[in-house]
Write a protein that binds this ligand. Sequence first.
Ligand code: DGY
Length: 322
Amino acid sequence: MGKPIVFIPSRIPNAEAVIRYLSDDADVDYRDVEELLGEEEFYQGLERADGLMAYSRNKIRATQLERAPKLKAVCNIAVGYDNLDLDALTARGIAATNTPDVLSETTADLAFGLLMSTARRIPEADHYVKSGQWHGWLPSLMLGKDVFGATLGIVGLGRIGQAIARRAAGFQMKVLYNNRTRISNEEQQGLTYVSLDELLQRSDYVLLQAPLTSETSGMIGARELSLMKKDAILINTARGGVVDERALIEALQEKRIAGAGLDVFEQEPLPQGHPFLSMPQVVAVPHIGSATVQTRSAMAMKAAANMAAVLRGERPENLLNP
Ligand code: DGY
């Protein structure tokens, strides 16, 4: 009997090291392609695979699993795992894992960058300069909103949320948070727990970092947006589905909130003609929260370590199945 096959369906950073690491336990079917594989090619790989290294864009539901007779592990190269049907995987005895911790600080950097960019209109100002519209200093040119000393409300205070709060402390922000459970050392961390409604009412910046689950899906809708201050800014570095995007578009169009900084969307990529694309008060980036060379390399290696553990019959560090 040959070695198990690990299927890596698109290019990953650190691929050489990951393949070398896995080669004791598996033969690696690595597709060095920038884009996702076509559906048929993906299924052909999946049919032979004992393990799959997956991304958020690889939706692994019961239908896909019907075409994966040998599969024993799906190791996400991501902390979020809303792309996986955990019940279906568990029912078939397939291990599922994710990559927490290694991306927290990097994702917090992006979240804070997005907050700063939206507050201080950095992309708009950059375009203004480069398109030759700048004719000199003016007292009311490109006025933004203070970050220093403002109130930040973090919805979802996991590892990434706490890393964002540490950055906010450097800006002497007042940090409110709402989370499923209260954290034990909130005072030490300078955090104040409040209800979601109070957080929305009091925050100058509302930052979403809650995972997408059946409870959080659409949790920020028209009612919640109507509680926000008129000059408040919404930042979403969690998942697009946490927000009712239609309601957000309306709130922005009607100027009921001042702006939004978005790394994630209900539909990715954003379709042509999407209202966000023509809103100067929206800063949109393409789901790059964890996208640094170091962090994506570490995520790939962590996913490989989880994979190797399953193939060796050990318990992987980041097992998701109950
Ligand atoms: C994550 O790790 O969940 C990122 O959002 C990439 O999907």
